[in-house]
Design a protein around this ligand. Structure first.
Ligand code: GLU
Ligand code: MG
Length: 443
C-alpha cells in the first residue's frame, strides 16, 4: 500500500425514527452503499419497545427473539456539512422490514406510506405537508433579549445562518428563522413538499439543530415544555391536497373559511378522533403541560380560522403580489410536539382525515372565542370537547376509540401502548420543572 492512511472513513447511517420519537440507526462505509442494490442492515424488534429512558418496556410483545432489516430509501439520502462537525452528515431514511423485505407492522415510515397510499387511492389526492418546529437553546449563557427581537436573533449568531446553510445543503428548503416568544426560543419553518418527505425533513431538522447546538457547547431542546411555567415548544403540521394532476384542491372560495368539501371532511375526521390521536402526536407526560387553554397550542377539538388556540387552524393566505390563493391555502394541526415520531404523527392524522372523507362528513363549524368562558352545555353544542389532560388519559381514550385501534396491527398497538405505559411508570407522576428538564435532556 502506498499513500497516507486517511484519518476518517466516510460513513453513511441508515436511520429510523421510532415510537419514542427517537432517531436511531447504524452506519457503514459510504463506499459500500450503492443505491438500487437493496443493501440492508440488521434491526431488532424489541427496539420498538424502547422508552425514551433507554429501558425496554417489560413486558413487550417481542422479547429477545426475531430479526428485522433496515432498508434504506435511496430517494431519501441526505449528505451535507454542519458547521463545526468533523465529518459530513450522511444519512438515509430507512424502512424497517421483515427478512423477506415486507414492511414490518411497527415501522412508522411504512405505516405513513400505507396511509398516504390509501388516501391517494380512495380520495384521488396526495398530501402536501410542512412541519414547523419550535425549540429552545437552554444553556448558552446569553443575556436576556426581548421576544421576536433582533437582539435575540443576533445573540445566537451565526447559529441561524449556519442552520439555514446546513438545511439548504440538505435540500430541506428552510424558509423562516424566528426568535420566538419564549425564553431563548426559536422557530424554523420549511417549504411544503410531499408528505413522506416532510416527515423525513422533520427528522433531519431536529437532528441538525441538535448537532449545530452541540458543536457550540449549547443544548437545544424540542421538549413540549422545558419549565412548567415556560412557553411550550410546538410542532405544527401544515397540510393541503393536490389532485392527480397536481392541482391544489384544499381551497374553495364559496365555502366557509374557504375550505373545500374534501378538506372539510378530512378536518371533520381528524376532529372526531382527535382525543385519541393526541396519544400519538403529544405522547409524553409533559405534552399535557402544553395542551392547555391560553397556551396557543390547542386544548379543545376546535376548527378555527386563523386562531392560534384552535387545534386545526386555517392558516392565513398572503395575497400581497399573489393572485391564486388556492396554491398557498393550508390548514395546520397544532396539538403535536417533538416527543412524537413525525411519521407516526402524520400517519394517524391522515388515517383520521381519510375516515372523514370515507364518511363524507361535513366540515365542522368554525369557532372563534374562548371555550373556557362557556359552560359545558354550550361547548358540547359547538363540538368543543376538552382534549385529554394527561398521557394516561390519552392512552385510555385511544384504547376506547375502536376505529383508531383498528388502523394498527394488534401487536403494533400493544407495542406502542406498552412502551408508553412503561414510560409513564419510569417518569413517575410528577409534572414539575425537574420532569421538564428530564425530558429536555432527551428531546
Ligand atoms: N408555542 C406555541 C405552541 O406551543 C405556538 C405559538 C405560535 O403560534 O407560534 O404551540
Ligand atoms: Mg411559533
Amino acid at each position: 500500500m502506498t499513500g497516507k492512511t486517511p484519518k476518517h472513513e466516510a460513513l453513511v447511517t441508515f436511520l429510523t425514527t421510532d415510537y419514542a420519537g427517537i432517531t436511531r440507526g447504524r452506519s457503514i462505509a459510504a463506499a459500500a452503499y450503492k443505491p438500487n442494490q437493496k443493501k440492508s442492515l440488521g434491526w431488532v424488534p424489541a427496539n420498538m419497545s424502547l422508552t425514551p429512558f433507554d429501558l425496554i418496556a417489560d413486558p413487550n410483545p417481542w422479547g429477545s427473539a426475531g430479526d428485522l432489516r433496515l432498508l434504506p430509501d435511496d430517494k431519501a439520502r441526505f449528505r451535507f456539512a454542519i458547521d463545526g462537525s468533523p465529518s459530513a452528515m450522511d444519512v438515509v431514511m430507512s424502512d424497517i422490514v421483515e427478512l423477506d423485505g415486507a414492511p414490518w407492522i411497527c415501522c412508522p415510515r411504512s405505516f405513513l406510506k400505507q396511509a398516504l397510499g390509501d388516501l391517494e387511492r380512495e380520495a384521488g389526492v396526495s398530501l402536501i405537508s410542512a412541519f414547523e418546529h419550535e425549540f429552545q437553546i437552554l444553556d448558552a449563557g446569553w443575556p436576556a433579549a426581548p421576544a421576536f427581537s433582533l437582539q435575540a436573533l443576533r445573540r445566537a449568531d451565526p447559529f441561524g445562518p449556519a442552520l439555514m446553510a446546513a438545511l439548504r445543503a440538505a435540500g430541506v428548503e428552510p424558509q423562516v428563522f424566528i426568535a420566538e416568544y419564549g425564553k431563548d426560543q426559536f422557530e424554523i419553518t420549511m417549504a411544503p413538499c410531499d408528505a413522506l418527505a416532510a416527515a423525513d425533513r422533520a427528522v433531519l431538522l431536529r437532528e441538525t439543530v441538535r448537532e449545530l447546538s452541540r458543536n457550540r457547547g449549547w443544548h437545544s431542546s424540542f421538549a413540549p415544555k422545558t419549565a412548567v411555567d415556560g412557553v411550550g415548544n410546538g410542532v405544527h403540521v401544515h397540510f393541503s391536497f393536490n389532485d392527480a394532476k397536481g392541482k391544489p384542491v384544499t381551497y374553495d372560495a364559496s365555502k366557509p373559511g374557504g375550505v373545500s368539501q374534501l378538506a372539510g371532511s378530512f378536518v371533520a375526521g381528524i376532529l372526531r378522533h382527535l382525543p385519541a390521536l393526541v396519544a400519538f402526536t403529544a405522547p409524553s407526560p409533559i405534552s399535557y403541560l402544553r395542551l392547555q387553554p391560553h397556551h396557543w397550542s390547542s386544548s379543545y377539538t376546535w376548527f378555527g380560522d386563523q386562531d392560534r388556540e384552535s387545534s386545526l387552524r386555517i392558516c392565513p393566505v398572503n395575497r400581497i403580489g399573489k393572485s391564486d390563493p388556492a396554491k398557498a391555502f393550508n390548514i395546520e394541526y397544532r396539538p403535536a410536539d417533538a416527543t412524537a415520531c413525525p411519521h407516526l404523527a402524520l400517519a394517524v392524522v391522515v388515517r383520521a382525515g381519510l375516515e372523514g372523507i370515507r364518511q363524507k362528513l361535513a366540515a365542522p363549524p368554525l369557532f372563534s372565542g374562548d371555550p373556557t368562558s362557556l359552560v359545558d352545555a354550550e361547548r358540547q353544542a359547538l363540538g368543543l370537547h376538552r382534549l385529554p389532560q394527561s398521557l394516561s388519559q390519552a392512552l385510555d381514550t385511544l384504547l376506547a376509540d375502536k376505529t383508531v385501534c383498528d388502523w394498527f396491527a394488534p401487536r403494533a398497538l400493544e407495542t406502542y401502548v406498552g412502551m408508553k405505559r412503561m414510560e409513564l411508570k419510569l417518569a413517575g407522576e410528577a409534572l414539575d420543572d425537574a420532569q421538564c428538564r428530564r425530558y429536555a435532556e432527551i428531546y
